[in-house]
Design a protein around this ligand. Structure first.
Ligand code: ASP
Length: 412
């Protein structure tokens, strides 16, 4: 029998859960445990996954000769575009306020944890852990884990060759192992989501406001992603990369479609490399360096998405985010996107980092799970497109003559 793709299984799970929760609300405790277990499993994997993914990404970037300048440019590009995406998300979620209509009316929302509001300077100082092993055991110390992983990755590349190779291999293998476990957890998503959604529907008045709010929330994410895809990145291509954006879209048609349909930057990577080298004319030196690293750490779409979700959920709770909290949100969305694995639904794992940072209960994420797949497709396309823009912009700054560069196009 042909296997049904995971996203169809999830969709079927969601539909069944809606029917189940609506008609048998009293029976939901019997299925709710599946959702609880699923959420626990996601939380279980986040620390080792993010830790190993970052180390393996950074050591990959640092290996090879003369990558210093290229590495610096690549990081600068990745950080700036992700930050621009996040700021777009922040602006839109404040403007559209998708959660406002539902404020306080969502029956199944877990209670807000009674955390003292974190001050911005405390959060920044606590990024440097007093005791790293202690941070590993605390969910709210994820930023310290990320910080320590980045340091570890950077300094592994400075070790003696034999030591460097040993540790690089070790962390790569460890990362592969964590990925296998993550993919296993994600395969269980149809059951987990079934449990979560059934409980949510049972406790929830399915009201017009709910649909309105979810619709507005989707609109916010889609508008932000499209703005980034169609305005921010082309402007960077035009002004910094000296590339014709239209020619670049055309050249990147295959990776865009593949990313959209698979919702996985990793699965798209071979096609991305092929298109960037063959259709855009980037050298293997630049593409072989920027693209694999980009697939792992450069996720503009994911960063924007995670910020909007956190903003949306905060609005559902009527929780006004002050300036300090918004800043924390921006910083954590950036770091969480860097640590997100390049597979479908991976945002779900790292979302717990942002929720914990601003004191929102992670379980509230169940609400947005229902409409996650289409948004995952679009954010993955954005992630991949930004990687390709990075590759051509950096190649052009290195003086490479590209097939999509404005100069070459006007000449021909
Ligand atoms: N699916 C995304 C990717 O592979 C990651 C995520 O945001 O879930 O790029």
């Amino acid at each position: 029998m042909k296997k049904v793709a995971l996203h169809w299984q999830i969709l079927i799970g969601i539909l069944l859960a809606i029917v189940f929760g609506y008609f048998f609300p009293r029976a939901t405790p019997y299925v709710g445990w599946m959702g609880t277990l699923f959420m626990r499993a996601l939380k279980m994997i986040v620390v080792p996954l993010v830790f190993s993914s970052l180390i393996s990404g950074v050591t990959r970037a640092g290996s090879g000769k003369s990558l210093g300048r290229l590495g610096f440019k690549t990081f600068l590009y990745y950080l700036s575009t992700s930050l621009l995406a996040i700021l777009t998300g922040l602006f839109l979620v404040n403007l559209i306020q998708p959660g406002l209509a539902l404020e306080g009316k969502v029956g199944s929302l877990p209670t807000m944890p009674d955390l003292p509001g974190k001050k911005l300077d405390d959060t920044l100082i606590e990024i440097v852990p007093e005791n790293f092993f202690h941070s590993l055991t605390l969910n709210e110390a994820m930023l310290s884990v990320i910080f320590f992983a980045l340091l570890t990755g950077i300094f592994i590349t400075r070790l003696r060759t034999d030591q460097k190779n040993l540790l690089t291999d070790f962390f790569n293998a460890f990362f592969e192992l964590m990925m296998k476990i993550t993919l296993f957890i994600i395969r269980l998503a149809p059951f987990g989501i079934f449990g979560l959604v059934a409980v949510m529907v049972a406790e929830q008045e399915i009201s017009r406001e709910l649909f309105n709010s979810l619709g507005k929330y989707m609109l916010t994410v889609v508008a932000g992603l499209l703005f980034h895809l169609l305005i921010t990145l082309p402007l960077i291509l035009h002004f910094i990369g000296k590339v014709n954006p239209f020619a670049h879209y055309k050249a990147m048609a295959m990776p865009l479609i593949t990313a959209f349909t698979t919702a996985s930057s990793n699965a798209t990577l071979p096609i991305t490399i092929e298109a960037v080298e063959e259709k855009a004319g980037v050298s293997n030196k630049v593409s072989g360096f920027t693209l694999p690293m980009g697939a792992t750490i450069n996720m503009d779409g994911t960063a924007l998405y995670e910020l909007v979700v956190a903003g949306f959920v905060a609005q559902l709770y009527g929780h006004q985010l002050g300036f300090g909290e918004q800043f924390i949100l921006v910083a954590t969305a950036l770091l969480a996107s860097i640590g997100t694995a390049a597979v479908p639904m991976a945002s779900l794992v790292t979302m717990s980092i942002i929720f914990t940072a601003v004191g929102l209960p992670f379980e509230a994420v169940a609400l947005v799970l229902v409409v996650d797949r289409p948004l995952d497709m679009l954010r993955t396309a954005t992630n991949v497109f930004s990687d390709t823009c990075g590759a051509v912009t950096i190649a052009s700054s290195e003086g490479e003559e590209l097939l999509v560069s404005r100069q070459v196009l006007t000449r021909s």
